[in-house]
Design a protein. Sequence first.
Length: 322
Amino acid sequence: MNVVAASGNGATAPSAGLPIDLRGKKAFIAGVADDQGFGWAIAKQLAEAGAEISLGVWVPALNIFESSYRRGKFDANRKLANGSLLEFAHIYPMDAVFDTPEDVPPEIAENKRYAGNEGYTVSEAAEKLARDVGKIDILVHSLANGPEVQKPLLETSRRGYLAALSASSYSLISMLQRFGPLLNPGGAVISLTYLAGARVIPGYGGGMSSAKAALESDTKVLAFEAGRKWNVRVNTISAGPLGSRAAKAIGFIDDMIKYSYENAPIQKELSAYEIGSVAAFLCSPLASAVTGHVMYVDNGLNTMGLALDSKVLEREPVDASA
Ligand SMILES: NC(=O)c1ccc[n+]([C@@H]2O[C@H](COP(=O)([O-])OP(=O)(O)OC[C@H]3O[C@@H](n4cnc5c(N)ncnc54)[C@H](O)[C@@H]3O)[C@@H](O)[C@H]2O)c1
């Protein structure tokens, strides 16, 4: 079957382009707390394509995010191509390590960074979204946390390891359990992973490599289960290094950015908006047959088996006069 659009006389029809059109679609994005990370860039690109965006912001980061937003600190990064500013329909407090109110321990409930916020567990955030927005089309998980990320796996405690898995992997399962019923058929789920889930990246410790491996495997199983249950697609983007707030906390992001520049097939620094654009594609009908996929958006670094800047490869210049 020929699927190329052609006019009756055999000539190709004049092209109207192939735009990503998400007008009328509604998205919920968890994991935005400033304008420097992948979550923000995904929000912006989805909005460029016409989607309405609501956010789930980690409770300890919510105050500073909202006040920075109000004071115009993000305005330069809010400008959309049509001249308007990126707006958020709703901003909810959310902590993705708690599924229901019963899961919140007293020391968190009474913590001054949490006190004053209510309904921040995953199930309550989903209930609020259902009440305010109703059905959604796009669910984005752009969050991770590993308290012992700076420790090698061999020195990681059980508690630290399980905390990394809880915040960075199980959180996707929890979100899909609660937000899945809100997704319209044809909807899409995106998460963010990192090469360290598939290859050894010394320095990405504390069980975070395990958490990303789990996230990538779960993406396949959830794609099957959620595909059959709600007719939605589940994909993950394996992003190259970006100097986000979370990445800076790991402590070696500048080295990773330099390493990628020196060794990736495409020699340029990655922009978070490149990940945002791929997310918009994956969430659009253009990707209607793509699910269970780990999509690398990393200038191709994952394909390399040799570090081109390795000292081992250095050669003494040959003296032609000898
Ligand atoms: N920066 C990189 O180099 C890189 C590379 C590949 C993948 N990633 C992934 O991209 C995603 C987004 O990270 P980023 O680098 O854009 O940093 P970021 O700091 O912008 O985003 C991380 C977000 O997670 C939120 N968060 C942490 N714990 C949470 C919790 N318990 N509940 C709710 N939210 C919580 C933080 O508030 C923050 O907004 C993460 O999954 C990260 O692992 C990052």
